[in-house]
Design a protein around this ligand. Structure first.
Ligand code: PHE
Length: 451
């Protein structure tokens, strides 16, 4: 028999679990990379607008769908629209969470490897970091070994369930993560390039803003806030009737954005402290540029270098773990409830299948790198399908569903806990969800197709 459904036990648990899902590699790795590629502060401003105008309303919609139905994402849509095709969004959400988890685990495994190497002291020796990174990721076994360890960590949390797994570990890991960020920001501000780095982050240059910058900001907001993947919907199904949905959505979006910007405050002062290193290094920023920066900047103080790099990769690992937990739970909840099997069995099944797919992703950096579909490696293909197609399409369906299909009274009741919590901006929310967000998402699509 499947377990009885449990809820989160405290408000803090709710916020930290949902923020744990949102805060991930997307904040510490992807956000600074996007800022670097898209011209610094102007991108950040546009990003903030996207979070407020798109992120918050879509998150509120996911919360209300999950909490109203108290079910996994697929069942949630079936319950609200029996016999209708809206269910497809639930299916897409669970599928894409599975897909993302398979490649997210591989990158998370890399962070674990870099953490271990920092602690062993072998990362901070002068070397060609680009060659170091390439030879690591193209190896057929070592990245997989680390990915398996990472998946095992995620699995152990999910197998323990909602209260003693997700809630308990989020309450430990998130404060630790925030503490590490604080320490790293202070260290980074003490570096010689701090002034230049901060100027890069804080002085907007609007000449760099193009349509594609706006679209990148929106894509980043979706990914970073874990939207349209069933994760937040699944977590919201464990919220209690008195959880304030609007307030929780604002808190989660604020924490996520705060962490993303602080990650910029950690990375750019460090990057600008070393000559001949550019802020727009792309995805290699964290695995190629930063080790070089740590090594050079702390050459005369190697102990501080170990501390800084060790803490940095630990931060990345914790962030990745809390996000992977939510991706895993999105799929596991579906398996438990649909096939009526025990949590331990369901989560083991999900971990195993995801890892099997992850093997292909990992090998696509090495022996399978020549195997491409439409010019994309397996890893690239998964990422493309997930973040460029299924995720925005899912966001669009969620908006149309809550904005146009669901009964307005039901939506209002859910967001105000049966009219006990005031929500003065309800009309603004409806306007955003009905018109602004769908149009914005359709524009992204057109741009992708034309681009
Ligand atoms: N939001 C996570 C991050 O920023 C990634 C993620 C996406 C997690 C979707 C869950 C669902 O890394």
């Amino acid at each position: 028999m499947a377990e009885k459904r449990k809820n989160f036990t405290s408000k803090l648990g709710v916020v930290l679990a949902a923020a744990g899902s949102a805060v991930g590699l997307g904040n510490v790795w992807r956000f600074p990379t996007e800022v670097g590629n898209n011209g610094g502060a102007a991108f950040i401003l546009i990003y903030l607008l996207c979070v407020l105008g798109v992120g918050v309303p879509v998150m509120m919609s996911e919360f209300l769908i999950g909490r109203h139905t108290h079910a996994n994402t697929i069942t949630a849509f079936s319950k609200l629209a029996p016999g209708k095709w809206w269910r497809i969004e639930g299916v897409a959400g669970v599928f894409v969470a599975f897909l993302i988890l398979s490649y997210y685990t591989i990158i998370s495994g890399w962070t674990l490897y870099y953490l271990v190497q920092s602690l062993k002291g072998s990362l901070l020796v002068s070397q060609d970091y680009s060659a170091y990174f390439s030879s690591f990721v193209s190896n057929s076994y070592i990245p997989l070994l680390y990915a398996v360890v990472f998946m095992l960590m995620t699995h152990l949390v999910i197998a323990r369930g909602v209260q003693s797994g997700i809630e308990r570990f989020s309450k430990i890991m998130m404060p630790l993560l925030l503490l590490i960020i604080g320490v790293l920001v202070v260290c980074s501000f003490g570096m010689p390039g701090a002034g230049t780095g901060l100027r890069f982050l804080l002085k907007p240059d609007f000449s760099k803003v193009t349509a594609s910058v706006v679209l990148s900001a929106m894509g980043q907001a979706f990914f970073s806030l874990s939207l349209a993947m069933g994760c937040l919907c699944t977590y919201a199904s464990y919220f209690t009737p008195d959880t304030k949905l609007v307030k929780t959505a604002f808190s989660v979006c604020s924490i996520d954005t705060f962490v993303a910007i602080l990650s910029g405050f950690i990375i750019f002062p460090a990057v600008f402290s070393v000559p001949n290193v550019n802020p727009d290094e792309g995805p290699g920023l964290v695995f190629v540029t930063l080790p070089h920066v740590f090594n050079t900047a702390f050459h005369s103080l190697p102990l501080l270098g170990y501390l800084f790099s060790g803490l940095f990769y630990l931060l990345l690992l914790l962030a990745a773990l809390t996000s992977a937990m939510s991706l895993h739970e999105s799929v596991t909840a579906y398996v438990i409830e649909s096939f009526n099997i025990r949590r331990q069995k369901a989560s083991a099944l999900v971990s195993f299948c995801c890892m099997a797919l992850g093997v292909l992703c990992s090998l696509s950096f090495g022996v399978l790198s020549d195997f491409t579909v439409c010019g994309l490696t397996i890893f690239g293909l998964f990422d493309f399908c997930a973040s460029k197609i299924i995720m925005p399409a899912g966001g669009l369906i969620i908006c149309l569903f809550t904005g146009w299909y669901l009964d307005r009274k039901l939506v209002y009741n859910e967001l105000t806990n049966g009219e006990t919590v005031p929500f003065r901006m309800f009309r603004v929310y409806v306007f955003l969800i009905r018109y602004v967000v769908p149009i914005a998402i359709i524009l992204i699509f057109i741009n992708e197709l034309l681009g």
